[in-house]
Ligand binder design. Structure first.
Ligand code: ADE
Length: 221
């Protein structure tokens, strides 16, 4: 899967893309990332990428020409890619969407919005608008990394042997982790509190352990 990322801040990406599972995914050729600097497609000698909104209002909008040209370049690096625009107005990202994109294994172009917004005409190039939650971030870079991480770890061979099972159960939202503990059995904090591992986990009774885990694998809201 090729993933092209269009951003004003390409420097935000390498440290995360080149670490842990996202790095492994590249090493096993499950994924190839292409960072595209929107600034390179800016207009004029000052490489202008933004401008004031028609009709008035505060702030600057990303201009259509650089977005259009950067997307065309991203298309030349990918095949049949789906174009996703990161925006708080989009469809809320979740595990089933991640599983869907991982299963489709289709190339992706992620556009990171910035400043106060973008010229709405960019939507003519976009297949889906994605939000990672009901809050407003400074730009689409952290959302893009979130989306990439969620998809990439589900690609075959990235996590290990249990991938298709992981996709299956995640997409039904039923594999939330139960609480886990490792040594020591009792940990005493500097102020004298002793934090113990639940007795049932030390009991060796597998049926009881399974029941305890099932009862505690719930989501906190
Ligand atoms: N850009 C700014 N905030 C965002 C969000 N919550 N999701 C996606 N893109 C964004």
């Amino acid at each position: 899967m090729k993933i092209a990322i269009i951003t004003l801040f390409p420097d935000m990406f390498p440290s995360i893309l080149d670490t842990s599972m996202l790095r492994k995914a590249q090493e096993i050729n499950a994924v190839e990332y292409h960072l595209i600097s929107l600034r390179d497609f800016g207009l004029g000698p000052r490489k202008q990428v933004d401008d004031t909104p028609y009709g008035g209002g505060n702030g600057m909008l990303l201009k259509i020409e650089p977005l259009y040209a950067a997307t065309a370049h991203a298309r030349s690096l990918t095949k049949n890619a789906k174009v996703l625009l990161m925006t708080p107005k989009g469809q809320t990202w979740n595990q089933s969407l991640a599983a869907e994109y991982a299963t489709n294994n289709q190339d992706l172009i992620l556009i990171c919005g910035h400043y106060e917004g973008y010229d709405e005409r960019i939507l003519t190039l976009v297949d889906a608008e994605i939000s990672i939650g009901d809050y407003v971030l400074t730009g689409g870079e952290l959302p893009a990394l979130t989306v990439i991480d969620a998809i990439t770890r589900l690609l075959p061979g990235v996590l290990g042997g249990e991938n298709s099972a992981a996709i299956e159960s995640f997409s039904h939202g039923d594999n939330l982790e139960y609480p886990q503990y490792t040594r020591p059995e009792a940990f005493t904090t500097p102020d004298g509190q002793t934090l113990k591992v639940p007795d049932v986990l030390l009991s060796g009774h597998h049926a009881e352990i399974d029941a305890w885990r099932a009862a505690h694998a719930t989501k906190k809201n």
